[in-house]
Write a protein that binds this ligand. Structure first.
Ligand code: HSE
Length: 329
């Protein structure tokens, strides 16, 4: 029986700090739902902060030299915590360092909540098996669609439905670029710099514009929500770099727009990311940095969700909802 839920935050960049802030700011409301908790450790590349009695607001002021020497792996091995929030930068090819962090936390019997796509793309079924074997949960709402609910929506609220397909806009940076090209008649290169300034692009924005980030999300959706067993190489990928303002003109004459769509379909067997023509009246024709997903099911038929796919507070929303799901009283 846990008396105080001990939380370790692994990765203390924009997302880690955002989650810590929400945990401190909304402590009373969240505690009403899950019981008492404290942040006992934060780990980042320059060092760690650890206090078994709990860290407070001071942790948000800490920078480089303020952290104690020590590595994330030391904390995972020696500190006592019930749940790790793993939010280090993603590496879609090898999944590291998140894969090691998540595996070791599950192995030692800690629940894990992550926004890190790489480890799930590389080793989803292995990590799920590890979680089951250690009787803990691996939660990852933040990996797809940020603040837009999708994983728990399908698993909980659509439980009992067969999921036929999930398709939609899974990358806010590309959607922003395409929307601006459409409304301002700008070229791809003119909008790219603007998109980078929004702060939601990947560290390497080619991950966004070449469709790599969307493909990673397609892999997570297929494995986690459609019970498939696919890898990144199974996804056919085409990005948005070849789209011209002229292509928008032709599309718009027929009342269509162009959007980068990720698709997983059991019916057609399609696993794909590519620019597609979408009717301007279709609910997926969202603008700006929004994400939008259409879930096709046997009982509830079509469901569409629209929301913010990235951002500090938006991603924290997904992480906090996972925390509440694990420890709900
Ligand atoms: N770079 C991603 C996007 C962030 O633009 O949607 C969220 O995964």
């Amino acid at each position: 029986m846990i008396t105080v839920i001990k939380i370790a935050i692994i990765g203390f960049g924009v997302i880690g700090r955002g989650v810590a802030e929400v945990l401190l700011e909304k402590k009373e409301e969240i505690q009403n739902r899950i019981g008492e908790y404290s942040i006992v450790a934060v780990c980042e590349k320059d060092g760690v902060a650890y206090n078994p009695d709990g860290l407070g607001w001071e942790v948000l002021k800490m920078k480089g030299g303020d952290f104690s020497e020590g590595s994330t792996v030391d904390i995972i091995e020696t500190a006592e915590f019930d749940v790790a929030i793993e939010v280090t930068p993603t590496d879609i090819k090898k999944g590291e360092p998140g894969l090691t962090h998540i595996s070791e936390c599950l192995e030692k019997g800690s629940h894990v909540i992550t926004s890190n796509k790489g480890p799930l793309v590389v080793a989803y079924s292995k990590l799920q098996e590890l979680a089951e074997r250690n009787e803990v949960q691996l939660m990852f709402e933040a990996t797809v669609g940020g603040g837009m609910p999708l994983i728990k929506l399908v698993r909980n609220d659509l439980a009992g439905n067969e999921i036929d397909s999930i398709r939609g806009i899974l990358n806010g940076t590309c959607n922003y670029i395409l929307s601006r090209m459409e409304s301002e008649k700008l070229t791809y290169n003119q909008v790219l710099t603007e998109a980078k300034e929004l702060g939601i692009a990947e560290a390497d924005p080619t991950y966004d514009v070449e469709g790599i980030d969307s493909a990673a999300k397609v892999v997570i959706i297929a494995n986690a929500l459609l019970n498939m067993d696919i890898t990144y190489d199974d996804v056919e990928i085409e990005g948005i770099t070849a789209i011209t303002p002229e292509a928008f003109e032709v599309a718009m004459e027929r009342d269509y727009t162009i959007r980068l769509i990720g698709e997983v379909s059991r019916e057609t067997g399609s696993l794909k990311v590519s620019p597609r023509l979408i009717s301007t009246h279709h609910p997926l024709a969202v603008t700006g940095t929004l994400n939008a997903v259409q879930i096709r099911t046997d009982l509830a038929k079509d469901i569409v969700v629209i929301g913010r796919g990235a951002g500090q507070k938006e991603t924290s929303s997904a992480i906090i909802s996972d925390l509440i799901e694990i420890f709900r009283k």
